[in-house]
Design a protein around this ligand. Structure first.
Ligand code: MV4
Length: 448
């Protein structure tokens, strides 16, 4: 096991990684920006190194400064968390060149799965279900028309280097496809330096279901079942739950196993998430693979009892996965509400500034992952998520009831947060009946 671990991140995920490192007897080292100087997670690090001014381009995104900090602090590994450099294959490569273990996949595995076209090819080989569409990059307009004619409209044009909703266009007919293709190519080339695009059948009114996977360096991969992340607005998830409601047990097992097969074939070590869309008939289609630990990993931890962050550190240190697929059992239901410092009544505008009042909820089955507290000042430079409220209960209705209570106990002020929005969602019949899709939050907001 490592003796010292540098955390190249901030806020709640830095704290989450500190806790996992401590439990493994690994000494956490934190880098921080000038805007995070007073962050209380830093008090729990063995050593801290300032890496520059508040804006992330001058600090948390600076590979040179993070590597310098790693050398100064004499760490043997770096955990990137999520966001910032977590899915940057160049950063993973620099770590390797500097003989520092990157906690995550090899740069090669990251690049294979990060490129949507190679990822989809690997998925097809692993028998992970994918959307019908082009076999690889679209070469010319004629090919695009042929593919679209064979799968039928509507189709979606996606950038191979895109993801998370960037670089996509929907086309309902030939004329629209012609212009979408040109525009998508140009956008992708400008935004990602890679103009490769592909086409697939566009599915409306789907659910977003994703499978948590863990791989090690000894050729093993297991899945930790699924989460539903359909509760989102503009590709920002708001509520996640595990397991995904309304899936037949056989179907659940088959899809999850296919996700683990993909990760095994990619020779992937670490935590990964295989994203799918699911239609009303429970057909699954892979979207993309996230090569990092995700914000919503706690819901899976609650229903499986497995510490995903600890596991990611263990496998990076070369240990084999400490469990087999048959050891992994689902227990109860978990929900996560993202607590963002945003004003839902003003288009979700960020709310930086002082938190004068912060009264956290508690009790059986209530988990709060946060770096915020009374007296904390939210810096303007970063993501507005200041915490994640997670509940675990024997059944989904009990989890919803527990979440209602926890949201009622939770007080944050004077800044506005997403807490009142979550309270409304917990009383929405569509949510309570799990009768929702990827658009229902936006529909609910439009109808209010
Ligand atoms: C799709 C799709 C419908 N059909 N692909 C959006 C983010 C990126 N991961 C893929 N996305 C989508 N791909 C096909 N073939 C609809 C979306 C999509 C979406 C997916 C998940 C969660 C929210 C979404 C919101 C709009 C569109």
């Amino acid at each position: 096991m490592f003796s010292r671990l540098l955390i190249a991140n901030r806020g709640e995920i830095a704290l989450r990684i500190i806790r996992a490192a401590r439990e493994l007897g690994v000494k956490p080292v934190c880098v921080y920006s000038e805007a995070d100087r007073d962050g209380w997670w830093l008090k729990h690090a063995d050593e801290t190194v300032c890496i520059g001014p508040g804006p992330s381009v001058d600090s948390y995104l600076r590979i040179d400064r993070i590597i310098s900090a790693a050398e100064i602090a004499n760490v043997d590994a770096i955990h990137p968390g999520y966001g910032f450099l977590a899915e940057n294959a160049h950063f993973a490569e620099v770590c390797r060149d500097c003989h520092i273990e990157f906690i995550g996949p090899s740069p090669e595995a990251m690049a294979r799965l990060g490129d949507k076209i190679t990822c989809k090819k690997m998925a097809r080989a692993a028998k992970t279900p994918t959307f019908p569409g082009s076999d690889g990059a679209i070469e010319d307009e004629d090919e695009a028309m042929e593919v679209a004619a064979s799968i039928g409209y509507p189709v979606i044009v996606k950038a191979s280097a895109g993801g998370g909703g960037r670089g996509m266009r929907i086309a309902h007919n030939e004329a629209a496809l012609r212009s979408s293709l040109t525009a998508a190519r140009q956008e992708a080339a400008a935004a990602f330096g890679n103009g490769a695009v592909y086409i697939e059948k566009f599915l409306e009114n789907a659910r977003h279901v994703e499978v948590q996977v863990l791989g090690d360096k000894h050729g093993h991969a297991v899945h930790l079942y699924d989460r539903d992340c359909s509760s989102q607005r503009r590709h920002q998830k708001l509520i996640e739950e595990a397991p995904a409601p309304g899936i037949d047990p056989k179907k659940r097992d088959a899809v999850a196993r296919s996700a683990a097969d993909l990760i095994r074939r990619a020779e992937y070590a670490g935590a990964a998430t295989v994203e799918f869309l699911m239609d009303a008939e429970q057909n699954f289609y892979m979207l993309e693979v996230n090569t990092r630990v995700q914000v919503e990993h706690p819901v899976t931890e609650m229903v499986t009892g497995i510490d995903i962050v600890q596991a990611s550190i263990r496998v990076a240190a070369g240990e084999p996965l400490p469990f087999k697929q048959r050891d992994i059992k689902l227990n109860g239901h978990a929900l996560e509400c993202r607590i963002n410092a945003e004003d839902p009544d003003r288009g979700f505008t960020p709310q930086p500034g002082p938190v004068d009042r912060f009264i956290p909820p508690g009790g059986l089955g209530v988990r709060l992952d946060t770096h915020a507290h009374t007296g904390y000042r939210i810096p303007p430079h970063y993501d507005s998520m200041i915490g994640k409220l997670i509940v675990h209960a024997p059944t989904r209705p009990e989890a919803i009831q527990r979440m209602r209570g926890a949201l009622d106990e939770f007080e944050i002020g004077p800044i506005k947060t997403t807490i009142p929005l979550h309270r409304r969602v917990m009383d929405q019949p569509l949510f309570v009946d799990a009768n929702y899709d990827i658009h229902y939050i936006e529909r609910m907001l439009a109808s209010e």
